[in-house]
Design a binder for this molecule. Sequence first.
Ligand code: F6P
Length: 495
Amino acid sequence: MQGKSNPQIVVISNRGAYAFQERDRELIPKRTVGGLASALEPVLTDYGGTWISWCGRLDKPDLERGIRLGVPPGESRYHIQEVLLTREEHDLYYHGFCNAALWPLCHQLTDRCSFQKNYWEAYRKVNQKFARAARNIKKENPRDIFWIHDFHLSLVPQYLRHQLPDARIAFFWHIPFPPADTFHILPWSRQIIYGLLGCNAIAFHTDQYVQNFLDAVSFFYPVTIFREQGLILFRNRKIYVQALPVGINYHHFEQLAADPLVRARAQEIRQSLGAEKIILGVDRLDYTKGIPQRLQAMACLLEKYPGYRGRVTLLQIAVPTRNGIGEYGVLKKEVERLVGEVNGRYDQGQGAIPVRYRHVSLDQEELVAHYLAADVLLVTALRDGLNLVAKEFVASRIDGRGVLVLSPFAGAARELQGALLANPYEPSHLATRIKLALEMPLAEQKSRLESLRRVVRSRDVRWWWQNNLKPVKSPYTTFTPATGMAGVSQGGQAT
Ligand code: F6P
C-alpha cells in the first residue's frame, strides 16, 4: 500500500467490491459482482487507496462507525472503509429514492417513478454519511483524490466541497443522464445538479448524456458553459465534463478465452443445448434490459420462420438483482411465464428447445465460456447507460466469430459501430435482425468483430480511469503502482 505522504485515491460508491458477512463473530469480506465494482477494483488493487462503501450490513447500533479493513484478504492492497446504514435508511434511500425514483427516471421510464419526500430525506441523510466518512479519510493527506460514483451519491461532491473547499473531486455517473425536460420531472432535480457541481470533473458514458447534463445545469444556474471544451465555470471554479465510457480489462478476457478449460466448458455448453445455433442473453433481471421483448421476438422468429424450430435456442442468463424491490419480483414472474409460453408453443418434442432460462450469477470463467459457446449475443436493452456485457463478448471472441446484436438505446452503441443494431421495442423487427445475425457470413462476422475489438482494446479500463482522473491530478501527483501491475485481474458481470 502507498505510504501516507503520497496522495491516495479514495473511491466512494454505494456498493464496493466486497460485502461483509458475519460468521461466529468473525467478519468475512466476500467479493461482490457488478459492473461498477469490476471496473474500479483494478485501480485500487494496483495503486492502493481506500474504497468507501456500504458493505451490506444493516442496523449496527453498537458500532460508532463502520469497519476499516485491508483487502484482498491476506494481501491488503487497499482499504475498505465501511459506511453503516440502518434498515430504514437503506429501504428509503436505496430501494426508494435510488431505485424507485432516479433509476426509472434516468432510463426514461417515468411511469415507473415514485417520488416521495421521505425517500428524498433519506437520500440526503445517507449522502451526508458518505461525505462524513470521506471527510475523515481526508485527514490522512490533503492531496488525496476523491472519486465518487453513480446516482446513489450525487450530493456527496457538494457536501464534501463545503467542508473541504480545496478538495480534488471527480465523479462518474454510470447510468444514462436523461434529456433535461425528463430530468426536471424529479421534484429535487435542482438539488441533484447543485450536488454534482461540487466536483472538479464529472464524466458520463456518452456525449449525449454530457449534453443532457449541461442542458439541465444551464436551466438552473447562470453558469458559463464551453460545450466544445466540456467546461463549466461555476462560482469561479472550473468543472470539466467529459464523455468517457467505462472500459473493461480486455487482456484478462482474452486470456480467459484462450484458457483450454474455459474452451472445453464452452464446448460442453454447446453440446448440452443440442442446437445448431445458440443465441445468448446475459443481463441482470432488470426491467430496463428488455428481456420480455426479447422473448416475444424469439416467438416471432419461430412463428415467421418455422425452419428454425428445433434448430435454434435462446439461452437467457438472468442475473438476480434488487430482490427487495417488488417490481423486480413481478418481472421475474413475467419472464418465467413468457419462457413457458414460447417453449409450450414452439418446442418440437425433439431437437433444440426454443428457450433455456437460468436465473443465476456466473463467475468469470463461466461467463466467458458462455460467450464462446454463442453464435449471437443479444444486448437489446430498452435503455442502458453503457452495457459491459457487449464489450466482454467482443474481447472474448478471439476466434473472430460471433455476432453482437445491440440496442441503439444502450450507451455502448455509440462506440461499438460494428454491431448489428436492433430496435427492441418491436418484436418482429427484432426477429428480423436476429435472423440476419444467425445467417451472417463468416467473413462479415470477422470484419465486424475486428473493428469492434479495436475499439474495446484501445479504450480499456486503464484508459478509462486514467482519463477520468486526469483533470483532478495535480502536476506533482503521479500514481505509482503499489505492487506492480500484476494485480489487474477483475472483469465484469452483467451490468
Ligand atoms: O449500472 C449501474 C449500476 O449501479 C451498476 O454499477 C451495478 O452493477 C448495477 O447498477 C446494479 O446495482 P445494484 O445491485 O447495486 O443496485
